[in-house]
Ligand binder design. Structure first.
Ligand code: BG6
Length: 467
């Protein structure tokens, strides 16, 4: 076998770290912030989960100093829509603008490129009360919100991500706190919400190019290669269908401004196609992303549908396939090991995923999430020996280098998460960060920061530009 020639990482590669507002900031009702669907739906009485989170809102300076020490070249964070518009629309909350101005300035002062996600699961509750994404009003609210962000921060933020994991919000809404408006045809309602988000995203992308010609903007779905359970043609067809629904529906629309034909047919067969308002397809066709940001945790494997309820054999967790009767059924991949939460680990699938996206769209890629959730243990002298995380990240970074060597244009890798934060639905004991935050589910303790073993490992890797 010929040995593979390895290309190095580009010298300006964005070695990053990622977080999202509601999972890290806390201060859920401070300085004029309005409630989001997360605050209203997910805060269980008696816990401090998202109310305080990692208290980054009050400790961002200390955290950014640690990010600088870690050597981050970029920090991917999200802006809480409800800090800017407490009711999702209407009056701007100047204290919300102040917070992100300070955060962005602090990043830049520390030589860290800010990469801002505009919306990461935390829809303003006031908009939800009006029907959320089912109501077209939310499209306009998002367009106004995006204009406000570009005008307030566009002089310093050059990289924008529109909507985090829109595909997961549609496919795994229950795990992520997405509210579905009860309708006679829930699937149609869901894909109406999806359509509205796609139009909102397109408007934001076009507006960004109009207002900020130097800036770059892209979508941020969760993309993964879909394996067929076997080489049986029906399994391969099932994998093709699932990939269309999970991956390409979102990216075909973002890049080409058209509905993926397989996904559209799937919706037609279920009487679930969205209503398309006149002008929508033009808005969608006109908008063009500059890059594709994507999150990757693992691959998915599916088999031919059994045609009954046994297809739906999932916990609903966002990285475990929920089957679709008549289309596909999620199955285990016996070639892969799982993490403590049942997520399969597949570094090679990461390389395949990068190739697939790049071959299809020929746009530069940035990985905006990848990482290992685990129950970390604090040992003597505050040491956290998270070798399992180092192994996971190292194996995945190797695949980024291989993908680059395959000819895929990758300009950044920003793992989840820069610092410990609250998991989407498994509390704070499921940790991802390079920096440990001393708190428990019900006991806030001192929220003290300490560096894990992975911090020093990532620091040295960044110093050597990934070699
Ligand atoms: C992604 C989300 O789905 O996965 C993050 O964008 C999330 O918000 C991450 O935290 C890891 O998932 P979890 O459920 O372990 O927090």
């Amino acid at each position: 076998m010929q040995s593979k020639h390895l290309n190095g990482f580009p010298s300006d590669f964005f070695w990053g770290g990622s977080t999202s507002a509601y999972q890290v900031e806390g201060a859920w009702d401070e300085d004029g912030k309005g409630p989001s669907v997360i605050d209203m739906g997910r805060v269980v009485e008696g816990t401090t989960d998202f109310k305080v989170a990692s208290d980054h809102y009050h400790r961002y300076k200390e955290d950014i100093a640690l990010f600088a020490e870690l050597g981050l070249k970029a920090y991917r964070f999200s802006i809480a829509w409800t800090r800017i518009f407490p009711s999702g629309e209407g009056e701007v909350n100047s204290k919300g603008i102040d917070f992100y101005n300070n955060l962005i300035d602090e990043l830049i002062a520390n030589g860290i490129e800010p990469i801002a996600t505009m919306y990461h699961f935390d829809l303003p509750y006031a908009l939800q009360e009006k029907g959320g994404w089912s109501n077209r009003v939310t499209v306009e609210a998002f367009a106004t919100y995006s204009r406000t962000l570009f005008e307030a921060f566009g002089d310093r933020v050059k990289y924008w991500l529109t909507i985090n994991e829109q595909n997961m919000m549609i496919l795994h809404g229950d795990a992520l706190g997405t509210k579905h408006v009860d309708a006679n045809n829930p699937m149609k309602d869901l894909y109406q919400q999806n359509h509205h988000m796609l139009v909102a995203q397109a408007k934001a992308m076009s507006l960004c190019h109009q207002l900020l010609p130097q800036a770059k903007i892209g979508p941020a779905p969760n993309i993964s290669v879909i394996y067929p359970a076997s080489c049986k043609p029906e399994d391969i067809l099932a994998a093709n269908t699932f990939s269309a629904l999970r991956n390409w529906l979102y990216l075909d629309m973002a890049v080409y401004g058209r509905y993926n034909s397989t996904a559209w047919r799937f919706l037609e067969e279920r009487d679930a196609t969205p209503t398309i308002t006149s002008g929508d397809m033009e808005i969608l066709a006109k908008a063009k992303p500059d890059f594709i940001a994507f999150n990757y945790y693992n691959s998915q494997t599916v088999a031919q549908s059994a045609g009954d309820e046994s297809d739906i054999n999932s916990t609903g967790d966002q990285q475990i396939t929920i089957g679709e009767i008549g289309a596909y059924k999620g199955v285990e991949n016996k070639h892969l090991v799982k993490n403590e939460f049942g997520w399969e680990i597949d570094p090679v699938g990461f390389r395949t995923t990068m190739r697939e996206i790049y071959e299809r769209y020929a746009l530069p890629l940035i990985i905006t999430e990848n990482g290992l959730g685990a129950f970390d243990k604090v040992e003597a002298n505050d040491e956290i020996n998270d070798d399992y995380r180092i192994t996971y990240l190292q194996q995945h970074i190797e695949q980024v280098q291989l993908a680059i060597s395959d000819g895929v244009e990758v300009f950044g890798y920003s793992p989840w998460s820069a610092i410990d934060l609250i998991s989407t639905h498994q509390g704070c004991s499921k940790r991802y960060g390079f920096i440990h935050v001393d708190r428990e589910e019900f006991d806030l303790k001192a929220l003290k920061r300490s560096k894990k073993k992975s911090f020093y490992w990532y620091q040295s890797l960044i110093e050597k530009n990934g070699l």
